[in-house]
Design a protein around this ligand. Structure first.
Ligand SMILES: [Cu+2]
Length: 434
């Protein structure tokens, strides 16, 4: 970079620090969740200057943008205590930013960025009206700052989603007011590098269950009656075998590093579901059969035929997902707690969208859930469901925590399966008693 542009960059950084410091400072005495003195014009100014004049390298070269929110934790603690006193359930969540190397097919590794050493990050499950009190910690060993944007929240991005630099942490809390399956993700260093951080693994979901539970599932078939074809409607209990499927892409160079030029061209290296390409397909591709660790090996998802299955499907990437199950129809598509479709073949998800699919697999057999984009299918977006006569243990990374709403989740046995470090796999094994 020329000296002229270096000076411009540094001046830009100083301006941003000044704007954000003033914004942060002025909001420190404001109760979390209430309005701050930051105006849309201020935020536009910050965003424009950030993207126009500062690169991640520049940020690092001046020691990073450090936003220490004086009193922020105290205000959060007071607010959480008040919510607890009025009887709300509090979910304390700790996420740790960790850059690690993780496996991809072919015996290779790539440079991943993770929450808690796993891709996707931990699935958080709460009930509508509960409080999520989340702390993001960035260890001093990290080479970059990180941040946390939770789509389940409805709070100001500034200061809550601002960068947390190595050696620091940030806490915020909110009431999960809307049911759904919401993305959470890193926003990089105040949006710098957000693409790299998310597409390298820093994403996960918060499932917010409806306070009044999920609706019964109406399944419509036909039957013969007195020589005529008539409708046969049955109502299936909301209790279901539940799975999460999070779609994303990896854009990598030959060294396993993030390739931004490939991202701009949508030139996908791998399409991943729950962090792995073909992670639930041991039949067609046999991609992971020679993986070094058991938790990497491909395993199908087992569902009992004729029973209620609920899928939480999220698009975490920057390509559309045309969600389809080969051999099945989606009996009901819900977004939030609103039914969008019934008896449909495919449902589309744009970036950061989610769907809750209720399905009864009619017959025992093999079904393949895909992104019905051929480039996606053949780069990893295929999940094998085996419908059997009875349930069986499933991969831990495809099974969400059980709901607290009675009559929602049918508890499933799991075995450790994850795009994660060996250390994290051991922790998951301890947590799930495996
Ligand atoms: Cu990050």
């Amino acid at each position: 970079m020329s000296q002229r542009y270096s000076i411009i960059a540094i001046v830009g950084i100083i301006a941003i620090v000044g704007i954000l410091f003033v914004s942060t400072y002025s909001s420190a005495s404001v109760t979390r969740g209430s309005a701050t003195s930051i105006t849309p014009a201020t935020i536009d100014k910050v965003t424009k200057q950030t993207t126009d004049t500062v690169t991640a390298k520049d940020v690092t070269s001046v020691g990073g943008l450090i936003f220490k929110m004086q009193g922020a934790s105290a205000a959060t603690a007071d607010q959480v205590a008040a919510w607890k006193a009025e009887g709300r359930t509090i979910h304390k969540v700790n996420l740790i930013a960790q850059s690690v190397d993780l496996p991809i097919p072919g015996g290779k590794m790539y440079h991943a960025m993770t929450f808690n050493g796993q891709v996707p990050g931990p699935t958080i499950r709460v009930t509508q009206g509960d409080v999520i009190d989340v702390t993001l910690t960035v260890p001093s060993t990290e080479h970059t700052g990180h941040s946390l944007d939770m789509h389940a929240s409805q709070i100001s991005a500034v200061p809550n989603f601002l960068a947390v630099m190595p050696g620091h942490s940030n806490e915020y809390a909110f009431i999960a007011e809307t049911p759904g399956s919401f993305k959470y993700h890193c926003e990089g260093v105040n949006v710098l590098g957000m693409d790299q951080h998310v597409l390298s693994g820093m994403y996960g979901i918060v499932i917010v269950d409806p306070l009044d539970g999920y609706h019964k599932l109406l399944v419509t078939k036909t039957m013969m009656q007195n020589g005529h074809v008539v409708l046969n409607r049955t109502l299936v209990s909301p209790a279901a075998y539940e799975f999460t499927l999070q779609f994303n892409q990896l854009y990598l160079d030959d060294n396993g590093s993030y390739d931004q030029s490939a991202m701009f061209k949508h030139d996908t290296t791998w399409t991943v579901i729950n962090g792995k390409p073909f992670g639930y397909d041991p039949v067609v591709t046999k991609t992971w059969n020679n993986a070094p660790a058991d938790h990497d090996k491909a395993a199908p998802l087992i569902v009992p035929a004729g029973q209620h299955v609920r899928l939480f499907v999220n698009n975490q990437g920057n390509m559309p997902v045309f969600f389809h199950i080969v051999g099945e129809q989606i009996d009901r598509v819900t977004q939030g707690n609103v039914v969008q479709a019934m008896g449909t073949q495919t449902w589309d998800l744009g970036g950061s969208q989610d769907e809750i699919d209720d399905i009864v697999f009619d017959q025992p057999g093999a079904y393949v859930a895909v992104n019905h984009d051929y480039a996606a299918i053949f780069s990893g977006a295929a999940v094998v469901f085996l419908a059997k006569d009875s349930p069986a243990p499933n991969p831990s990374d495809a099974v969400p925590p059980d709901s607290s709403v009675p009559g929602t989740s049918i508890h499933q046995q799991t075995f450790v399966h994850c795009e994660c470090t060996d250390e994290r796999a051991a922790q998951i094994g301890n947590m799930t008693g495996q």
